[in-house]
Design a protein. Structure first.
Length: 549
């Protein structure tokens, strides 16, 4: 069976995966994900119509976000889970049908239902509704549709996290459906789709602001923190992914049980929140970014909990102590069920696995600095401004985004090393692991690498730029000595990029490759309007950055 997927940076030959995903996704899962997206469009068809009639669509609204989240790269590889998600999408769709009261013909996506709910039947249907299902579709329209859909996946992830912390903005959920539905509109022009893509970026800013507020309201304002990267003896749990709510419940359930908890990957920033510092058994961070996990999970030796995306095919050596929860899933790996209303998830099986294991193998010693979100940076804005005016600090370089396996990503490490000593790196996301353990020093007591947190905390970098522009009396951050050198991998990085573009940020370098789903003509629009450009060589890019180009 042939598949086609080009939603991530590592897609085969920067063209598209057609035999098996570089991420490890099998063709049947690719087809099921395509089918889920298609049925979510059908659900959106009735959701949009039902809301116009004043109907309550809240259950369907949140489910669309959840469904999109599960299709993000490296999140879920379990075909049975996708069968269940498609079935629920169809159920919710049909419940809304009566409320919507749509007259006249309706699209197949709003009526289709299988005769049997088997993997085989759904895979066969999914193979007919994927990215290239309409060979006559204009290449640029297809490109804009997919760019929009991948941005919506990132938007859905951030919005879903905020809702799990009871911070809501229903306009975000409604936009997901309206935009999904518009990707089926054959009358939409390129200009209209481009405008919708930029609107998705604007909604991305709203979602990241909502999640920022959700996290700080719930866990406090991140503080500058030196995080331990060594180990302690004793049973242990390694928690990876992005879901801070899961971490909080895990820490509560392991309290007093002699189990040490370590963060991994994008969970590292949790160590900077005051609410988590009260747990003495939150030991620190273990390992690096997601793509090292096969070696690191094997050496960890304890139980492992994967809460969101960033999962890759597990080795047999740790399959028996790996658990997934939330949007994550893998065939044969135990899945911790969603929390009941008003209750907590049951992490008992994870804890039992930890108690049956030994101590982690130490990978390294020492500490790394984190916790430089917008409030922290802005609290020393006077020092920053003084450093700029004195000439001690000449430029900020935003090096946020994702890490990945490509050897070309050594570029970001080498850029960090080569940047002049009068520059400060602003970072967020797992891209930081390319340089956050380098000894780059400080400028007047301000560390040269300021880590704002997870990929969604790129919002912090936007806030810092806007406030600094205000402090320097300029009309836009483009007038500040700030350069952007962004690494991308998956769809949350796409919504971050669209968010920056929606704010009018220009002169962004993007690498290590440009997205395969952006057609040449669409790329030219981005180059013309925003001066978006690919990363080149370390020497050329560092020289251009230092020159403000």
């Amino acid at each position: 069976m042939e598949m086609f997927c080009y939603q991530c940076q590592e897609t085969a030959k920067n063209t598209g995966c057609t035999v098996r995903g570089v991420c490890g996704k099998e063709p049947e899962v690719a087809a099921l994900q395509d089918l889920l997206i298609w049925t979510l469009k059908g659900l959106s068809f009735y959701g949009v119509a039902a809301r116009k009639k004043g109907a309550d669509t809240s259950e369907a609204d949140l489910f669309v976000a959840e469904g999109l989240f599960t299709t993000i790269t490296n999140a879920n590889f379990d075909p049975e889970r996708f069968v269940a998600l498609v079935k629920h999408a169809v159920t919710l769709r049909d419940q809304l049908k009566a409320k919507a009261g749509v007259a006249g013909p309706v699209p197949e996506m709003a009526t289709w239902k299988p005769s049997k709910w088997t993997v085989e039947e759904l895979v066969a249907k999914g193979a007919t509704v994927g990215v290239r299902s309409d060979p006559k579709l204009n290449e640029d329209i297809r490109s804009l549709r997919e760019l929009l859909i991948y941005g919506l996946k990132g938007l859905a992830a951030y919005t879903h996290h905020a809702y799990m912390l009871d911070h809501r903005d229903d306009s975000l959920l409604h936009f997901l459906q309206e935009a999904l539905l518009e990707t089926t509109n054959d009358k939409a022009t390129g200009d209209e789709m481009t405008a919708l893509v930029l609107k998705a970026g604007k909604m991305g800013v709203t979602a990241m602001a909502l999640l920022d507020k959700a996290n700080t309201d719930t866990y406090g304002t991140p503080e500058p923190t030196q995080v331990n990267i060594g180990v302690r003896p004793g049973p242990a749990i390694l928690i990876s992914g992005h879901d801070l709510h899961d971490l909080k419940e895990l820490l509560e359930q392991t309290k007093g049980k002699g189990v040490n908890v370590y963060t991994h990957g994008e969970m590292l920033p949790a160590n900077a929140y005051p609410a988590f510092k009260k747990y003495a058994h939150l030991v620190g961070n273990y390992g690096g970014s997601w793509w090292h996990q096969q070696d690191e999970f094997e050496k960890f030796g304890g139980a492992i909990l994967l809460t969101t995306n960033c999962l890759i095919k597990p080795r047999d050596s740790y399959k028996g102590r790996l658990f997934t929860t939330g949007p994550a899933g893998y065939p044969g790996i135990p899945h911790i069920a969603d929390r009941p209303v008003g209750g907590q998830k049951d992490f008992g099986p994870v804890i039992a696995s930890a108690l049956a294991s030994g101590s982690p193998l130490e990978l390294e010693k020492g500490t790394i600095p984190i916790g430089f979100a917008h409030d922290t940076v802005l609290s020393v804005a006077d020092k920053v401004i003084a450093a700029v005016k004195s000439g001690a600090l000449k430029r900020f370089v935003v090096m946020a985004g994702c890490d990945g396996r490509h050897k070309e990503r050594q570029y970001f490490t080498d850029v960090a090393k080569a940047l002049p000593a009068d520059t400060i790196i602003l970072t967020a996301g797992c891209a930081k692991y390319r340089y956050n353990k380098l000894n780059l020093g400080d400028i007047g007591g301000i560390p040269r690498v300021l880590d704002a947190g997870q990929c969604n905390d790129s919002y912090s970098l936007v806030v810092v730029a806007l406030k600094l522009a205000e402090a320097f009396g300029v009309s836009h951050p483009n007038e500040l000595p700030i350069s952007y050198d962004i690494g991308w991998y998956e769809q949350k990085a796409v919504i971050v990029l669209l968010a920056l573009l929606s704010l009018g940020v220009k002169n962004i370098r993007l690498g290590p490759t440009l997205p395969a789903f952006v057609s040449p003509n669409v790329l030219q629009v981005l180059v013309k309007n925003f001066d978006l450009k690919p990363t080149t060589t370390v020497e050329a890019d560092v020289a251009a950055i230092a020159a403000g180009k």
